[in-house]
Structures are given as structure tokens and as C-alpha cells.
Design a protein around this ligand. Structure first.
Ligand code: ACO
Length: 374
């Protein structure tokens, strides 16, 4: 098996910014409470017409552009999300169609805020297993969430925490050394009801009662989740590093799930790392669940915090309960050379092609339906 590498990255966040002060105008909270308890200052909220798949698609185009790849070169699309557009079809299939990625398999992965780390682990194994002479198996791994649509805006204990956005990476097994070195994944379903969305599944199908009792919104026991997270993050990071034969001191940057600044500080202490080695951007985006790690990774790259050969650890925790970490040796030279104009110009063309392809295929399904005789 050939090591897999992150060769492209991209993110998308909605334009609409919601500040703590704005929240404080509509409910019994303050900017000071939110900042000191969580570190969050503002978050992004999806606009009308924006969905998990539309944000995932934007992030994916950017990641493909950085990788210099066209959609037809993608073999696999995994979308990690707790807020899919629909229960089915998978959001990944909507992204596949929007990209015109005609050669890709596509599925969603549900592991709460650890979803991106889980999805990266699955993609790495799948591209590595498909490696063969003359092949460069390629996966798009996306974390995308529209948490504002499952947030109870009457519940001040949860609504101040969450935001919307998407991040994507392109993973390729291309024969070079380095890349993803190890993945550790954990779960404990006994903590499932610490953080869950009770309504709308097979246990409590949507009904007047579930709607009137607000059971289609996130429920969280914050203190318990906090305690779990403060232990699970350093534990997962240690285990991934151990599997890779590395120690915390080798780590250039940790990209953690962005849930709460106090959790990040506790994790830094337990890993014995200085705070500046734990990347944080939650002040600007809040907790974007499965999107938070790829968004943070993109921003860390853009800020020049990751250099070639640096050891990076992505680590998350979330609903399930789940937790996990990936240790990787960054193998792409940075800063990335800006693409030539003609390279950039190809992407609007491919976007146009993807849109026409989608319409043509829908027309084909319609015609197929009409051609069936009674
Ligand atoms: N503004 C003002 N007061 C508030 C607010 C608010 N927005 N929210 C709660 N309070 C009040 C409570 O009512 C409570 O008041 P009381 O003492 O009179 O009863 C007081 O503040 C303290 O409440 P706690 O819940 O004990 O506050 P805590 O310090 O634990 O902070 C928080 C709450 C921020 C949610 C914290 O527990 C936390 O971060 N937990 C982890 C959350 C997390 O990471 N969730 C996501 C993980 S997985 C995923 O991302 C899907």
C-alpha cells in the first residue's frame, strides 16, 4: 500500500456573520459570557438557498483547483456531515452531480464532529488499497454543516456555539513518501444522548408532537461533553502519534476540532504543547462540527503555519460519542505556486460543463421514465 497525501484543500463559509452582540439582542446572553466560556466571537450563518451540499461543492472546487485536478479524476467523494440536505440521497451524491465527477463513488459519513477525521481515515485506506501501476487513486474528503438549521435559537446554552461552513481536501496515493502516517478512531455509544437530535429518525419520526416539543433541534449536556472532550482529544492525538512512532514534541501543529477555547487549552496542557501549536479559529466561526477541522487546516496553510515535512495532527471529538486523530507529514511544498491564468480559467469551464451535464442527465431520467410502457 502506498502512502496517501493531502494534495489540495479548500473552504467555504457563508457571507452572513452573526456576532455575539447580535445574539445578545435577541436572548438572555452577553458577548462577555460567550467569549469567556467558549472563545467564540462570531459565526457564519447559511443564507437562503445555501445548503450543506452547496457549501461542500464550493469547498470541493477550491480543493480541486489547488490540486490542479479536474472532477473526472476523482474516484471517491466522502461527505462527513450531521446536517445532510436529505436523509437520502447522500449529500456526497449531490456534490458528485454538482461537480460532474462522473467516475466517483460517493457516500456520506456520520460521526458527529469527528466526521472529518473518520472520513479521512476511510479515504486514506481506500485510495491506498486501490493503488496500482499507472494509477493515482484520488478522493475528495469534505466536512460540511448547516448547523444553523438544527439549532434551537431559543436555547441559549447551545445556539451560541454553532456555525455553518465547509472544508475539503483532496487525498491522493501518488507514490511519494510522507503523507498520512496513522489514524486512530474511537467510539462509545453509551454517551449518545449527551449530544443528539432526538426527532426525525426511526425512533421518533416527525410528527406534530416532535415539532411542537422542538425535538428536531440539537440537545446537549454541555458539562459532560466538555469533560469527555478534554480527555478524548489528547488521548486520540497521543495514540495516533504512537502508531506513527512519533511523540508530541515532534508535532509542528495540531488542528483540533473547534468547539471551545477552554477545551483546546486543556488539550494543549495534557499534550504538553505550547498554546501556539494548537490552531484555533473558533473565535470567527464557532463550532462548525465536521467542517471545523478542514476549515482550520485551510486557514493554517494559508497563514503559512504548515511547512513541508512538518508533522501535523488533526484531532476531533463529537456526537456518538466519537473521537479520533490523524498524524501526517505534510508533503506538499508551501506556499503553493499560484496556478497560471489558463489553469485557473479551466475551472469555470468545468463548472459550466458540470451544470450542463446535470441538466442533461436529469432530462435523460425524465425521458427514460416516459419511455416505459404501461
Ligand atoms: N449566556 C449566558 N448564560 C448562559 C448561557 C449563555 N449563552 N448558556 C448557559 N448559561 C448559564 C446557564 O444557564 C448556567 O446558569 P445557572 O448557573 O444559573 O444554572 C450557567 O450559565 C452555567 O452553565 P453551564 O452549562 O454550567 O456552563 P459551562 O461553563 O459548562 O459552559 C458550555 C457551557 C460552553 C456549553 C460548555 O459546557 C462547553 O463548551 N461544553 C462542551 C460543548 C461542546 O464542545 N459541544 C460540542 C461538541 S460535539 C459537537 O461539536 C457537535
Amino acid at each position: 500500500m502506498c502512502p496517501a497525501h493531502i494534495v489540495g484543500w479548500g473552504m467555504y463559509v457563508p457571507e452572513r456573520v452573526m456576532t455575539n452582540d447580535e445574539l445578545a439582542r435577541t436572548m438572555d446572553t452577553t458577548d462577555e459570557w460567550i467569549r469567556t466560556r467558549t472563545g467564540i466571537e462570531e459565526r457564519r450563518i447559511a443564507g437562503d438557498g445555501e445548503t450543506t451540499s452547496s457549501m461542500a461543492t464550493q469547498a470541493a472546487w477550491r480543493a480541486l483547483e489547488v490540486a490542479g485536478l479536474r472532477p473526472s479524476q476523482v474516484d471517491l467523494i466522502i461527505v462527513a456531515t450531521a446536517t445532510p440536505d436529505y436523509v437520502f440521497p447522500a449529500t456526497a451524491c449531490l456534490v458528485q452531480d454538482a461537480l460532474g465527477a462522473g467516475n466517483a463513488a460517493a457516500f456520506d459519513l456520520s460521526a458527529g464532529c469527528t466526521g472529518f477525521v473518520y472520513a479521512l481515515g476511510v479515504a486514506v485506506d481506500m485510495v491506498a488499497a486501490r493503488d496500482g501501476p499507472g494509477q493515482t487513486p484520488t478522493a475528495l474528503v469534505i466536512g460540511a454543516e448547516t448547523l444553523s438549521r438544527i439549532t434551537d435559537w431559543n436555547d441559549r446554552a447551545t445556539c451560541v456555539l454553532f456555525g455553518d461552513g465547509a472544508g475539503a481536501v483532496v487525498v491522493q496515493a501518488n507514490g511519494s513518501p510522507g503523507g498520512v502516517l496513522s489514524t486512530f478512531l474511537g467510539s462509545d455509544g453509551s454517551g449518545g444522548d449527551l449530544l443528539y437530535l432526538p426527532g426525525g429518525g426511526s425512533e421518533e419520526p416527525a410528527s406534530h408532537r416532535t415539532v411542537s416539543e422542538r425535538r428536531h433541534y440539537v440537545r446537549m449536556r454541555g458539562r459532560e461533553v466538555f469533560r469527555f472532550a478534554a480527555r478524548a482529544m489528547p488521548d486520540a492525538a497521543h495514540r495516533a502519534l504512537e502508531q506513527a512512532g512519533l511523540a508530541a514534541a515532534d508535532v509542528a501543529l495540531v488542528i483540533p476540532h473547534q468547539a471551545n477555547q477552554r477545551i483546546l487549552e486543556a488539550a494543549a496542557r495534557m499534550l504538553n504543547l505550547p498554546p501556539e501549536r494548537i490552531y484555533s479559529n473558533l473565535q470567527r466561526y464557532g463550532n462548525t462540527s465536521a467542517a471545523s477541522i478542514p476549515i482550520a487546516l485551510c486557514e493554517a496553510v494559508e497563514e503559512g503555519l504548515i511547512q513541508r515535512d512538518a508533522v501535523v495532527v488533526c484531532v476531533g471529538f463529537g456526537a456518538g460519542l466519537t473521537w479520533g486523530a490523524t498524524a501526517l507529514r505534510w508533503s506538499v511544498p508551501l506556499p503553493a505556486a499560484p496556478p497560471a491564468w489558463w489553469e485557473r480559467a479551466r475551472y469555470p469551464l468545468w463548472q459550466g460543463y458540470a451544470a450542463i451535464r446535470s441538466v442533461a442527465r436529469r432530462l435523460m431520467w425524465w425521458l427514460l421514465g416516459r419511455s416505459v410502457k404501461d
